[in-house]
Write a protein that binds this ligand. Structure first.
Ligand SMILES: [Zn+2]
Length: 477
């Protein structure tokens, strides 16, 4: 195949690395096929299959990396905004999750991935804990592949409870942990034969069960299984339930069993002990903070800044759009400003605050890439890296004047300013619109599937559903 080129001309480039907080003005970026071929001033356009993007008045950043997301929940947008973690675990996870059909999962994952791309998120870790049958797993993978987002699909070992007597329940007793392990192997072999980051947009991982719901031995057994399957990443919710003090949990279990490694992605971690954070750092594992749900749902104070200070890989995630939207700039601001509030030094008078906008931009890009063990491939605008880029057009009432380009991106821009998104050298959003999406069809699917799920959930005895989780939460607090 002949090489193809895209030349982005005259942009303000925030490369994240190596120039970090110093924007490069009036620069060009040359993309050759899927890679960044050159960055500099006055670059020529090679002959052949090539196109130019005029990026005057535009800021280019690396694509954002969302390291923790349950994409299947996209059909239930906004349901959880007034819920605690307990309410979420009972109602959304175990009731709604049990009612999803494979096609619901497909459309949810497909739509969620498109929404992420629309918001400049080019890489995602999908913690997929809605796999009620092999067909659910197929649908989840297909949704991500059809949207052409980069990421790691993490097959969830979680078994949704069957809704007794509910004809719409797709969760069964027969698709148990043994059947799930066989199916994870099937998915790994069928869709991810090489599981190679360099050549595949989507790779395979495992999402372990939640530590408070299973024993230490089960936790360890699941990680063993993930490694036997050569999962590229294993992810697990960590240290989300506590009486308000740090306590050792899943990280300590893995430390004791000598199982820590760079393939581990811990989400949340608000109640991790200092020893656990040190173990995360020493092993090359990483932590993803999801500020919006952590702050709302009593998961402890976001630990990502402390983790980053201690030398851990640390990134950000959106977690659930059954709660907030996919605006990654909003998550950056929330992460940054809550930390500033916490650290504000009232004993001295000074102009600057400690945490900088550029620090959170790094966390949202290269930081997340490092957590997902992809730091050499994505997360910054550097020669030879994959061409995953976001172009912000900054000529409207909300962005003019651009005084500090990093401030514009983190504090002023929203998805409407995202003119172009490029993943793996291919344009997926152009002139402010997603490319190749049949929105009318997708829109109708989302509306009627969401309604059906809510209608079916309304028939479930929620008190019974709560009893399943009540003891777990009461034990934790
Ligand atoms: Zn989660």
């Amino acid at each position: 195949m002949p090489d193809s080129y895209i030349l982005i001309k005259g942009a303000t480039v925030i490369s994240v690395e190596p120039s970090e907080g110093t924007p490069l003005y009036n620069w060009d970026i040359l993309i050759e096929n899927d890679r960044i071929k050159a960055v500099g001033r006055g670059l020529p356009l090679p002959e052949g299959d090539s196109s130019i993007i005029d990026a005057k008045n535009c800021i280019v950043t690396p694509g954002f990396v969302d390291g923790h997301h349950h994409m299947w929940q996209h059909l239930l947008r906004g349901i959880t905004v007034d819920w605690s973690l307990f309410g979420y675990a009972c109602h959304l996870r175990s009731v709604f999750g049990s009612l999803y059909t494979p096609d619901d999962v497909y459309f949810a994952n497909y739509a969620a991935a498109l929404s992420l791309l629309n918001n400049g998120v080019t890489t995602v870790l999908d913690h997929c804990h809605v796999i009620n049958s092999p067909a659910h797993a197929d649908a989840a993978v297909k949704g991500l592949k059809d949207a052409a987002i980069r990421g790691t699909f993490c097959y969830g070992l979680y078994q949704n409870p069957k809704e007794p007597g509910h004809f719409a329940s797709t969760a069964t007793d027969t698709f148990d942990q043994a059947a799930r392990a066989d199916d994870a192997l099937r998915v790994r072999q069928e869709y991810f034969p090489s599981n190679d980051l360099q050549s595949s947009l989507l790779t395979f991982g495992i999402a372990l069960n939640d530590p408070p719901t299973i024993s230490r031995e089960q936790n360890i057994g699941e990680l063993d299984l993930a490694r036997k399957l050569k999962a590229r990443l294993s992810t697990v919710h960590a240290s989300v339930v506590s009486d308000g003090t740090p306590k050792p949990e899943v990280v300590q279990n893995f430390v004791d069993a000598k199982l820590m490694g760079p393939d581990l992605v811990f989400s949340h971690g608000g109640w991790m002990t200092d020893d656990e954070l040190a173990a995360v750092r020493n092993s090359g594992a990483g932590i993803i903070g999801t500020p919006e749900t952590e702050l709302q749902m009593g998961m402890g104070y976001p630990v990502v800044w402390k983790a980053a200070d201690m030398g851990c890989h640390a990134g950000l995630g959106l977690d659930i759009t059954s709660n907030q939207g996919n605006d990654f700039m909003a998550q950056m601001r929330l992460a940054l400003q809550t930390q500033r509030a916490r650290e504000y030094d009232r004993r001295t008078v000074q102009r600057d605050v400690g945490r900088k906008a550029v620090d959170v931009l790094r966390m949202a890009t290269l930081g997340g890439a490092e957590v997902m063990d992809m730091g050499s491939l994505i997360g910054s605008i550097a020669l030879g890296k994959k061409a995953d880029l976001v172009i912000f057009r900054c000529d409207d009432i909300d962005t003019v004047p651009v005084v500090d380009p990093i401030a514009t991106v983190v504090f002023h821009a929203s998805s409407k300013n995202i003119d172009t998104v490029i993943v793996d050298g291919k344009i997926v959003k152009q002139n402010g619109r997603l490319v190749g999406v049949d929105w009318e069809f997708l829109h109708n699917q989302m509306i009627h599937r969401s309604q059906r799920l809510r209608d079916e959930a309304a028939k479930v005895d929620m008190e019974k559903a709560e009893s399943l989780f009540r003891s777990i939460f009461e034990k934790g607090i």
